[in-house]
Design a protein around this ligand. Structure first.
Ligand SMILES: CCC(=O)SCCNC(=O)CCNC(=O)[C@H](O)C(C)(C)COP(=O)(O)OP(=O)(O)OC[C@H]1O[C@@H](n2cnc3c(N)ncnc32)[C@H](O)[C@@H]1OP(=O)(O)O
Length: 311
């Protein structure tokens, strides 16, 4: 938490980006709120744990692609309080995964996520608790965004409310045919609070974001592609060996971008992330620092030794 405050101070003071880069590289340094914002991490964790159910499952694979599964099928993968805590723990594990290159976020049982568990929402419907939950989820999802992994939300079925917000915390969204992303918040008398509005504006522009939030528009794969919310539509595929599952298709899609050594793929994500988040001069300094981690490194030396031709 101290790191969060330090990072903010550095950013406010025009920061020296070498320091910013080093902070971003440290686990859990990517959060937004700390005790100086009145955020008591332990208190909100304990409060959330009082609403159990479901799990967030993490499978780290030798390929360097991990699969994170939102698992609460009896409630259409709604986020219970304990799942919010679980998600934070899984993000910490991913921050510490030195061999990681990619991440797929999916829902269990052929649907993505129906947002907050409405039973928990009803129990903590006072503004103070709502704000604490909001800060907790913003911290976690911002750390998810800032993982040095190329991430994909595999959207099957529905991504509603907080589930729609979660899709925006990934670098890419792949929508299965028949799937829907819908920011239903307005129908719940709410606006996004897990960082989904801020990220949506950056993804689709403010005009489209206003339409999606103001109209609680159902985004199907076609509309998703059209406005740039979705990157690809996945159809059920049959091959000689049998059916290619949506997860296999997502892994194939992602592997185009994760081929190569982990330090290089992680460096790619870091320079894009800093370009996305920082003012230009700070992003340039960060890019220089990240460049310094790969220049003359094993992958670079090996490529030079092999007399490459990029035909
Ligand atoms: C951050 C802000 C937020 O996320 S606010 C929450 C926004 N989400 C919602 O309002 C989703 C409300 N749910 C729905 O619209 C429907 O249940 C959807 C997801 C469309 C599924 O409809 P349908 O296929 O007919 O199934 P169903 O309604 O029978 O649901 C199956 C069981 O799942 C449950 N469920 C669903 N969503 C939630 C949720 N968000 N929180 C808690 N429970 C949920 C339903 O209540 C139903 O449970 P049960 O079988 O009646 O015990």
């Amino acid at each position: 938490m101290v790191l969060c405050a330090l990072r903010r101070q550095l950013l406010r003071s025009g920061s020296r980006c070498g320091t910013w880069t080093r902070l971003l590289q440290r686990p859990s340094s990517g959060c937004v709120y700390s005790s100086t914002d009145g955020f008591n991490h332990q208190e909100i964790r304990e409060k959330l744990q009082a609403f159990p159910g479901g799990s967030i499952d993490l499978l780290k694979q030798d390929s360097g692609i991990a699969v994170l599964t939102i698992n609460n099928p009896s409630r259409m993968n709604a986020f219970s309080g304990s799942m919010m805590v679980d998600l934070e723990e899984r993000v910490t594990q991913l921050e510490n995964w030195t061999g990681g290159k990619g991440l797929i976020v999916q829902g269990a049982a052929e649907t993505f996520c129906s947002g907050s568990d409405l039973n928990a929402v009803r129990a903590i419907s006072n503004p103070q608790d709502g704000m604490k939950m909001c800060m907790f989820m913003q911290n976690t999802l911002t750390r998810l965004v800032r993982l040095p992994l190329i991430s994909v939300a595999l959207v099957e079925g529905r991504a509603l409310g907080g589930g729609a917000e979660l899709t925006t915390a990934c670098d890419f969204r792949l929508m299965a045919s028949g799937s829907v992303i819908q920011f239903v918040h307005k129908h719940m008398g709410l606006v996004p609070g897990w960082g989904g509005a801020a990220r949506l504006v950056r993804l689709v522009g403010s005009q489209n974001a206003l339409k999606l939030l103001g109209g609680a528009v159902k985004v199907d794969p076609e509309l998703g592609l059209h406005i740039g919310l979705s990157d690809e539509v996945l159809e059920a595929q049959q091959e000689a060996e049998g059916v290619v599952t949506l997860l296999q298709q997502a892994e194939n899609w992602l592997s185009r971008y994760t081929k190569g050594p982990a330090p290089v793929i992680q460096a790619v994500k870091k320079v894009v992330l800093s370009g996305r988040e920082l003012p230009l001069s700070d992003a340039l300094r960060t890019e220089k620092d990240v460049f310094g981690t790969v220049w003359g490194g094993p992958a670079n030396l090996q490529a030079l030794a092999s007399k490459p031709k990029h035909k």
